[in-house]
Design a protein. Sequence first.
Length: 300
Amino acid sequence: MKKEEAKIRILGKIFRYSVDFFHKKGFVQLMPVILGKSVDPLGPDPGSSIEKIPEVEYQGDVLRLMTSMILHKQVAVKDLKKIFIMSPNIRLERPERKSTGQHLFEFTQADFEIAEAKTDDVLSLLEDYYKDLSSYLEKEASEEFSVLGLDVFGFKVPFKHYTTHELIEKYGDDDWEEKASMDEEQPFWVLSHKREFYDKEHPSKDGHYLNYDLVYPLGFCEGISGAEREHEYERLLMRIKRDKLDMDAYSQYLEFARKGFSSSAGAGIGMERLARFMTMSEHVGDVSVFKRVPGIAVEI
């Protein structure tokens, strides 16, 4: 077995583990949505570098390629309570993103949402996910890790917590995530990012948000993003307007919100980024056969 094949096999086993994990935790698996009238705008987010969101016209409707299923999760979780999707996403990153080692323009998330959940519920679930992942891969992927000359990374939970404000104060505005990642030996949570309209703002702290990223150590950077959600119609309407988004693009979503969303929290686990970290690969594209790296031409 070559190293390239070992990495691809490990990614596949992480997929299988993820599906089994969420089923065992009582989640309902939904099939992914590829086109939607309303999709994640990916802004205003200081870390976003999306060139555009592709659109197609079909039967008189403008449909957008899925950047993430967050809006659809909010619609579905009200009745199904605990949901997950192995969700392919398209994000047309600027070409310069190829040098980061962690960006693809086509990738998959294990995307989940829990009705009436809070931040602590999600972080606890995800720490269980990582703790059990190590033992799973030691059993199911020992040959692949032997080919790579690696031991399976041992996750030690609970992970440390920081806020964005603390890390910016320590490392400065530029590259604080990468610098913090280089200084740590275990993944860590980073709380309170300025993000899109669906991430809930702290009710009593201006400029603070009830959201969270998991950052991998050793310079591998962010692997998960999630949040408690804004779910009240008036709050969503206000924030969409405040962000100067196209109201027509969110009219159908707002109709669902008007009828009533459940409070919820969730996250998306980047599958390729996780496989990159577990295999200690130089680039996230190294774990896939058909690499979708910004700035590199698609071969087929």
